[in-house]
Every structure is written in C-alpha cells, then in structure tokens.
Design a protein around this ligand. Structure first.
Ligand code: HSE
Length: 441
C-alpha cells in the first residue's frame, strides 16, 4: 500500500484535534508504521462551526456519505458523537468493508454487540481506544499488554468532571452545588451536567473495560451506578479526618471464579460509586481533571495508568494509535489480528450489588442523648455487621449531632437492610448517608 487515506466524520473539537495532530506528527507516524496516512475528506456539521484547529475548506463536506462512500477513503473515523447517526455511519462503513475508528463510548455501551457482530460479518475492524480515558492507552493495554493475565481487579477514576469537582470540594471545603456551578462557568463541567455527575459517562467506560477484562459483554443495565450529587462537604471532611479521600471509582472485581459444568465461570462486581480511598493509596492523589486506572493482573500484579481522560489533544493521541493499527492491518492484510471484542467467558455474570461485599462509612444525624449509640449498634449487631470504629466528632452540639460508623466487610444487601431499620429509629434524624470504603486488598 502506497498511502492510507482517512475519511473523517466530525470536524469539531476532537476531529480538528486529530487533523492537527496528524499535521504535527503525521510524518513521524509514517516513519514508524512504514506507510503515509493522509486525510482525504472531513464531514462537518457546518463549514464555519467553531473548532480549535483549522481544517482546510477544500477537505470539508457536510455530507457524511460522500466520505464513507469515497472509494479512495480506506479508513473512516467517527468522531461526531451521538448514538443514532453515529451508529448508521459506522454500520455503513463496515458494510463497505472499511475499518472504523470511534471515540464514542455511549454508542459502544448501547450497541457494542451489534457493531462487533457487523465487523465479523463484513470483515472490517472497529477501533475504539479513544472511547475510554482519552489519552490513556487502556484498551490496548487490556487487550494486548495484559493478554496473558486474568484481571482480578480494576479501579478507575474515569470521569474528569467528577474528579475535578471532588478535588475542589476537598481542597476548598466547599459544597457540591457551589463547585459545580463554578466548574460550569469555567467550562470544566457541561450544562446540563447529568451524564458526568450522575455516573453515566463512567458507566459507559467501565462497561467497556469490564467486557474486555472478563470476556463477556457487560450490559449497562447490569452496572450499579451512583453519582456524586449527594456528596457533602461534611462527608469529605469526616472522611479526610479518618484518613480517606472520596473518589468516584469504577470498580471491576472478580468475586469468585471456578469450574462449573466443565465451563469456566466468573462472577464480577461491576459498579460505579463514590468511594472512600485510603489517603496513602495512589488513587487518592489523582486530582483535578486527571483520570487513572489501577489494574491488577494475576501474573503482572498491580499496575497504574494516569493521564488526561478528555480533551482534543489527549483524545487525538488515542485516535492516532488506532489509525496506526488500522493502517498496519490494511498494509499487512490482517484485518482481524486484534478483533474489537473476543467473547471468551461463556459463563460470566455481573454480581448484583446486594451481593457485593464492601466496607462502609455511615454518617447519621442523631439526637444527642444517652442510649442512642447502643440502639444503633444493636441493629448492626442483629444484622451481623461488625463495627470497626465509631466517632462522634467534637464541636457538634445541639439538638442533633453527627455520628460516624466505620463498618467491617458486609454485603450491600445486609447494610442496606440495617440502615433502613436505623433510619426508622426516632433518635435518628434524616436519612443515613452510606458510602463504601475500598481497601484494595
Ligand atoms: N465528560 C467526560 C469527563 C469526558 O468528564 O471525563 C468524556 O468522556
């Protein structure tokens, strides 16, 4: 192959970032992979839409079909976003046997299985490094770097917006609402912010990483998700006093594995929730918009990936990595050397959250009188939940005072049941706050 031509769908922030990165490092990339890559056409929403980097007018069209159907376009990149038209674009390109690069985690989360089936049917690959954690090469690492490992645990700070908000809440002692409003003013959080702060963006990413780690397609509806809306400055402060930092963690953890009926089987925790991380753990120090993924393999042990999870340049870096792979696969006619997803765990399943075992931080607002602690401790005792410490922070006096419990390992089901009973006690005011604690054992 003399030259590989890229047809781009999407010329906005990410698309123009890719164009710019290719201008900057295209020659280097060509030297490294042994074949030049050129942008042939770019389909845009509007010629004059605001974009951080220029794209020559001569390359632009507003008709995506013109790009996909161009016989001189060998690889298509879908960087437009959304789940309806993007799906149609990708399927159209795959039907023509053209490999596709996408950054679209929402689309993969919703239609991954259909798109992967189409790659098989039409003999064209789908590359999606940019869909999870922007510039961090986590897809390639899981699929290729750790191909010889069972991934026993993966913990990810995969949403920069939430990490930015939680970092500022901790540093400034500020409340969620005030930091969110300021983050929106400064362009660090979207308006509306729900996709990020309610955990859905993390759900998309963790679902992709869980599927790759465990070899069965993890459906978004099977992932337990809690966002960060309910995190208060008080919880962040008390957690810190106890030696913890609250992070929104995606957690993928093998709960059990074994041989059943001649088939391998595994039950995996796949969840997204605000978690107390020990201050001494490396993930506690991942701050502001940065992402990090901590991967534990049974052979390799503990590994850590850190970097920018979003933004035009970080995402462009991931797209160029896919572009290099796609160009090499075309050059060496090895279309399925690394298929997008290989199901290999025939009996895998996501563990329901009620059965997931964790440790806990519980904050109650209680009436300040003798006997209250005993009443609450009795409920935990009846539920066979061990208390590892109890703190009534100094300096809180009045009709009701905070009472913090740290609980030993117990199932989420058992703790939810106990908290329901505790919430009904007349000495407890308002709803109990429960956050999970990760020990990384
Ligand atoms: N909105 C995401 C974040 C980036 O805040 O990390 C795109 O997935």
């Amino acid at each position: 192959m003399q030259q590989v031509n890229l047809g781009m769908i999407g010329g906005g922030t990410v698309g123009s970032g890719v164009f710019h990165a290719l201008q900057l490092n295209g020659a280097l990339l060509a030297l490294r992979i042994g074949v030049p890559v050129a942008v042939r056409k770019v389909a845009v929403k509007a010629f004059n839409e605001p974009r951080p980097y220029e794209i020559p007018r001569s390359l632009m069209t507003t008709d995506w079909r013109e790009v996909v159907n161009d016989p001189e376009v060998h690889i298509v990149s879908e960087l437009a976003g959304g789940t309806t038209l993007a799906r149609e674009i990708i399927l159209s390109a795959l039907r023509l046997g053209k490999p596709v690069i996408t950054a679209n985690k929402a689309l993969l989360s919703a239609h991954g299985e259909e798109l992967f089936a189409a790659t098989k049917e039409h003999g064209a690959n789908l590359y999606y490094e940019a869909s999870v954690c922007g510039g961090i090469p986590i897809i390639k690492s899981l699929r290729e770097g750790f191909v010889g490992n069972r991934i026993t645990a993966l913990y990810g700070i995969v949403n920069g917006t939430c990490n930015y908000i939680l970092t500022r809440m901790k540093l400034e002692g500020a409340d969620f609402g005030a930091v969110l409003a300021d983050a929106q003013r400064q362009g660090y959080a979207e308006t509306p912010p729900d996709l990020d702060i309610d955990g859905w963006d993390s759900q998309h990413k963790i679902g992709i990483l869980a599927s790759l780690s465990h070899g069965f397609w993890v459906r978004p509806e099977d992932i337990y998700v809690e966002g960060i809306r309910h995190i208060s400055a008080l919880d962040i402060k008390f957690a810190d006093e106890l030696g913890y930092t609250i992070k929104l963690l995606g957690i993928i953890k093998m709960a059990e594995s074994g041989k059943r009926k001649e088939k391998s089987s595994c039950r995996v925790q796949v969840s997204v929730y605000p978690t107390l991380v020990p201050n001494a753990h490396v993930l506690a120090g991942v701050n502001h918009v940065f992402n990090a993924v901590f991967v534990r393999g049974d052979i390799v042990g503990d590994t850590l990936f850190y970097g920018r999870g979003a933004g035009k340049d970080a995402t462009a870096s991931a797209v160029l990595s896919d572009l290099a792979d796609a160009a090499l696969d075309l050059k060496f006619v090895s279309k399925h050397r690394v298929p997008p997803f290989v199901p290999h765990e025939c009996d895998g399943a996501v563990l329901p959250i009620e059965a997931v075992v964790s440790s806990y931080f519980v904050r109650l607002n209680v009436v300040d009188k003798p006997g209250v602690l005993a009443k609450i401790a009795a409920v935990f005792g009846e539920s066979r939940i061990g208390i590892s410490s109890v703190i009534q922070p100094e300096g809180h006096e009045g009709a009701s005072v905070p009472l913090i419990f740290m609980l030993h390992h117990a199932t989420n089901g058992a703790v939810a049941g106990a908290l329901k009973k505790i919430g009904r006690l007349s000495v407890v005011k308002g709803q109990p706050v429960m956050l999970r604690v990760e020990t990384f054992e």
